[in-house]
Design a protein around this ligand. Structure first.
Ligand SMILES: [Zn+2]
Length: 450
């Protein structure tokens, strides 16, 4: 009998090959075996009816360190991640200072966060005008790919890329098999509005779905021309799904993600002045939301990731409730699993769908082939999840820095009981029993479809 450090027994273990009744055996930091029947040792830990899922990989989060730790920071964000069953985070190249658009900035970020991450982490680089020469060195140093904006990013030190900038970046990324990530809103002049900025409808009208559709079309054209992976972050406009369907039929390495807020919230339900609901692209109408779920059902949307994007409370302009001047970004990090489960179950999805959207596909996008699934040889990153009990979201249970989120007071189904990172319990029953031992991860495989 081989020697294992821990053996976890569950009747519902979610593996890429299906749900099994058995046990996960851990040796050191890895999954050493999947056991069933008489092979399960008598001293294994029985999780009862709790499900055992792979740790979530959140490939879209803004942790804002270094430089804007008054907005968030690795200490608080990775505690929230651990409490939410997220074992790996891929941090966006903004809104930290400096933004991650040079090798020097990448090294500065790596040094700044090294000793206080509670979960594993990796970094996206950024594509901005004039930084193409930095992409090769950043890829060499371990970025998982690079993100560009086609509109103003919200901060002036991360300017929008033009099509010409993307054309310089694409061959470099494609040669390395790393994806270009795009914030897909291509601004076009619309009628200027003088409606009340406290009305959500005023904000929604300022960023029409057509902006997303135009940007997605451009991205698919670039994907076709350069034959490198292109990934659209945080899709909100379901109108773009038919374009994605065409790209899929052509066999292009093109992929889409969406976020819990687009799947759960709806424009019709946002009251005046409630700027905690503001993000870009905007949350759209119920009918659009249901078409996004259909996109997941049809496999056109492959990832559900948080786009956790906090700021200081003042930047949400609570005193005026002005949607146009408030910071756009929603804090979700700790809540993704129960949020998505609650709404997915209501629409007839299975719990087995969540590891595909929230662990496997994001790990694949970031090239982290040792993460994102319960399989022998992979990192022992696990979540013990109780799918049945309900909980109400309370501010005191949230671990991200500012307890501002549209989900306060919401009743969610499912609860994270325990989170395990590389074999060590990092969260259990509202406590964090291990020291912060998250490590920088580098892509080990070529990109999303390479
Ligand atoms: Zn984002």
């Amino acid at each position: 009998m081989p020697v294992f450090d821990r053996v976890l027994r569950s009747r519902r273990i979610f593996t890429p090959r299906g749900v099994i009744d058995g046990a996960v055996a851990i040796a050191g930091e890895r999954i050493a075996a999947l056991l069933t029947g008489g092979d399960i040792p008598a001293d294994s830990v029985d999780l009862g009816d709790a499900a055992l899922l792979p740790g979530l990989v959140d490939s879209h989060a803004h942790l804002n360190e270094p430089g804007r730790t008054e907005w968030e920071g690795f200490e608080t964000a990775t505690r929230a991640a651990a409490a939410g069953g997220v074992t790996t985070i891929v941090d966006m190249p903004l809104n930290c200072i400096p933004v991650t658009t040079t090798l020097a900035a990448f090294e500065a970020k790596r040094a700044a966060v090294a000793d206080h991450a509670h979960v594993d982490y990796a970094f996206w680089g950024g594509v901005v005008p004039g930084n193409a020469d930095e992409l090769g060195p950043m890829i060499e140093a371990g970025i998982t790919g690079a993100k560009a904006f086609l509109c103003h990013s919200g901060i002036d030190d991360f300017p929008a890329a033009t099509e010409a900038d993307l054309r310089r970046a694409m061959p470099i990324l494609a040669a390395a098999g790393r994806p270009l990530l795009v914030h897909a809103e291509l601004e076009s002049p619309g009628p200027s509005t003088h409606e009340d900025p406290r009305h959500y409808a005023t904000y929604l009208a300022s960023r029409p779905a057509g902006w997303e559709v135009d940007a997605v079309r451009l991205c698919i054209d670039l994907c076709r021309e350069f034959r490198g992976p292109v990934h659209i972050v945080h899709l909100s406009a379901a109108d773009a799904l038919s374009l994605a369907e065409g790209a899929r039929a052509e066999g292009l390495p093109f992929s889409l993600e969406t976020c819990p807020h687009y799947l759960i919230l709806a424009a019709e339900e946002i009251a005046d002045g409630r700027t905690e609901y503001k993000c870009a692209p905007p949350i759209r109408e119920r009918e659009n939301r249901e078409r996004l779920w259909d996109g997941l059902r049809r496999g056109l949307i492959e990832l559900v990731v948080s786009d956790h994007s906090p700021c200081t409370p003042a930047l949400k302009r609570p005193e005026t409730g002005d949607f146009l001047s408030a910071w756009g970004g929603i804090s979700t990090l700790q809540l993704g699993l129960p949020l998505v489960w609650t709404e997915a179950e209501r629409r007839g999805f299975q719990l087995a769908d969540l590891p595909r959207w929230m662990s496997m596909a994001p790990a694949r996008l970031a090239g982290l082939s040792h993460k994102g699934a319960i399989a022998v040889g992979l990192d022992a990153d696990l979540v013990v999840f109780e799918p049945e009990p309900s909980q109400v979201v309370r501010p005191e249970q949230l671990h991200f820095r500012h307890k501002i989120t549209p989900y306060l007071g919401r009743t969610l189904r499912g609860r994270v009981r325990e989170t395990i990172l590389r074999g060590t319990t990092i969260y259990r029953g509202e406590t964090f029993p291990a020291s912060a031992h998250g490590r920088l991860q580098r892509p080990s495989t070529r990109g999303a479809h390479g």
